[in-house]
Design a protein around this ligand. Structure first.
Ligand code: G4P
Length: 533
């Protein structure tokens, strides 16, 4: 192995690329900010937060964002900590939840699920969690806001197990909650970790680690807390799931940590344990079998997100790709599998804390954004490998909001069709047609309602087409997985609608879950799926 190759290998092994998933307000931004503080990437709280200010600098690319003070796009943050090079993929929440949020998870090697201790599992977490389980990637749980009144700890774990169907294994256990929150008990080290409260935003002060038997403890936690802790630990050791790295790696067991991102309780402990348990860049499936970054020396990457018109003056598009193997150098020539030709990857960018910067070099596990002259699509593979291969495509995720869309000026039909098709190709929206008719009626489906505004804005601004949207009552869409089925003969409910997607695949639209169940009951052998590959 050449010196260069061993350097690339070393760099890849250092990479830890993960996504943070949570329901809005559970504390994802606060936790990310604390990670960055530990990594020394920022030195002041508020650099990541402050959705109205700092985030704008990151993705200030559309008027909608400015008007609403939200970020339509997700970003990637890179920093170093403890000898690791960490890439955090941000999954946008709130109304800006979109297919990109799901796709970002396709680029991660593991996920950290942040849960609000007073609320337990919430809707958005449930949705994102499904994508993680589909990929069998490791999932870590950080139960946040322990400095507030929390649900009972055992109840929280049960909630995760029943709501998400994953076994849990607490790595540490909280001592008190709310004003009484003192710290956590580390089950492996068998030590109580007590954190001194810190001013908001600074790195935590001293962490005291004491065995449960230590006399010093009595002045720090109440007698009642010590007794309760002893009881709970005994219960847990006797009845809880044992830790198994193998199950964690397969995504079947979630290690659970407790803390408070805001007051910095348990954050660094979590980060340290997490880095030991999570995975370096994982092998990925291709049409030539698994491509393992530890073995494949050539550069390879796949596009998971395309962001158009980030800079209005230039009408540019940036293709975000996850590097899966080898290394990348600015301006390098790679083979674009789907385009069938070589392309030069120019203007590579990476996000460091809240700044976008040009990069010279990147490695397997990293995410880069490159200038896209309009040739890339979501899921495309780029590689320098002699024996070429394509990575498995990114599934299409089921939209949850639908509208019938028409252009206002009938003379502009051509621009309208062109624009809406291009936007659909970028993956910002999905378009469907009536099953039996032609292009006349266009139904747009989106994962997050904000995408409707994005569509309207972009059609007006980029294609000069005004549109009318009539929202439809459907909330569920299912692809039909049976190869030989007469779609017209499916006996559905009266509110069911038959449509087809851009690839001509048949789908069914439903108003509620009851209709899906009824349709399934009435049609023996009918296979309906939520993701389309
Ligand atoms: P998100 O990215 O998941 O949407 O959540 P974010 O970090 O923005 O946190 C949402 C709110 O919860 C913020 O309060 C934040 O300060 C608070 N928070 C986060 N972690 C903790 C925690 O461990 N304990 C407590 N008590 N609160 C926490 P906010 O009032 O909306 O914003 P701000 O005024 O603090 O900026």
């Amino acid at each position: 192995m050449s010196q260069n190759q061993s350097e690339v290998k070393k760099q890849i092994e250092k990479r830890r690329t993960f996504a943070i998933i949570s329901h809005p307000d559970a504390g994802k931004t606060t936790l990310t900010e604390k990670f960055l503080l530990y990594g020394g990437a920022i030195n002041q709280a508020g650099s990541v937060k402050g959705k109205a200010t700092a985030r704008h600098a990151v993705s200030d690319w559309m008027e909608i964002e400015k008007e609403r003070g939200i970020s339509v796009t997700s970003s990637v943050l890179q920093f170093n900590y403890g000898g690791y090079c960490i890439n955090i993929l941000d999954t946008p929440g709130h109304q800006d939840f979109s297919e990109d949020t799901y796709r970002t998870l396709m680029a991660a090697d593991s996920a950290v699920m942040v849960i609000d201790a007073s609320k337990g599992v919430e809707a958005q977490t449930r949705k994102l969690f499904k994508v993680c389980t589909m990929r069998h990637i490791p999932i870590f749980t950080f139960i946040n806001k322990m400095d507030r009144e929390a649900m009972d700890t055992f109840e929280l774990l049960e909630d995760i197990e029943t709501e998400l169907g994953i076994a849990t294994c607490p790595v540490n256990w909280p001592i008190g909650s709310g004003k009484e929150f003192r710290g956590v008990y580390d089950r492996t080290g068998k030590k109580v970790e007590l954190f001194s409260d810190t001013r908001k935003g600074t790195i935590q002060g001293e962490v005291k680690k004491l065995p449960l038997s230590s006399p010093e403890l009595s002045g720090l936690i109440s007698e009642g807390q010590r007794e309760k802790l002893e009881e709970e630990i005994e219960l847990l050791d006797g009845a809880g799931e044992e830790f198994s790295q193998e199950l964690v790696s397969r995504g079947e067991l979630s290690p659970v940590f407790f803390g408070s991102a805001l007051t910095n309780f348990g954050v660094e402990t979590f980060l340290q344990h997490f880095l030991l348990m999570t995975t370096p860049p994982l092998p990925r499936m291709s049409d030539k079998g698994w491509i393992d970054p530890a073995k494949e020396e050539a550069f390879s990457a796949f596009v998971f997100k395309i962001q158009a018109n980030m800079n209005k003056a230039h009408r540019d598009r940036i293709a975000f790709m996850r590097i899966c193997s080898g290394s990348f150098e600015a301006g390098m020539e790679v083979f674009h599998m789907q385009g069938g030709k070589k392309v030069r990857l120019s203007q590579p960018q990476q996000l460091m804390a809240s700044e976008r910067k040009m990069i010279e070099k990147a490695y397997g596990g990293d995410i880069i954004g490159v200038f896209d002259p309009g040739i890339f699509s979501i899921g495309d593979t780029l590689t320098t490998a002699g024996e070429k291969f394509s990575y498995e495509g990114i599934p299409t995720f089921a939209p949850e909001h639908f509208a019938r869309v028409r252009q206002v000026d009938t003379m502009k039909r051509k621009q309208f069709i062109k624009g809406i098709n291009q936007i659909a190709q970028e993956g910002a929206i999905q378009i469907f047609q009536e099953f039996n008719t032609g292009m006349e009626e266009i139904i747009v489906g989106v994962v997050g309602v904000l995408q409707f505004d994005v569509l309207k804005y972009r059609l007006e601004n980029e294609y000069n087409v005004e549109i009318r949207m009539d929202s439809l009552p459907y909330e569920y869409i299912r692809w039909i997985d049976n190869a030989d089925i007469d779609v017209g003969k499916i006996t559905g409910t009266s509110d069911m609608k038959r449509v087809k997607d851009l690839k001509g695949r048949p789908l069914l639209l439903f108003v509620n879950e009851w209709s899906i169940r009824m349709t399934q009951e009435r049609n023996d052998g009918l296979v309906l799926t939520e993701f389309a590959r």
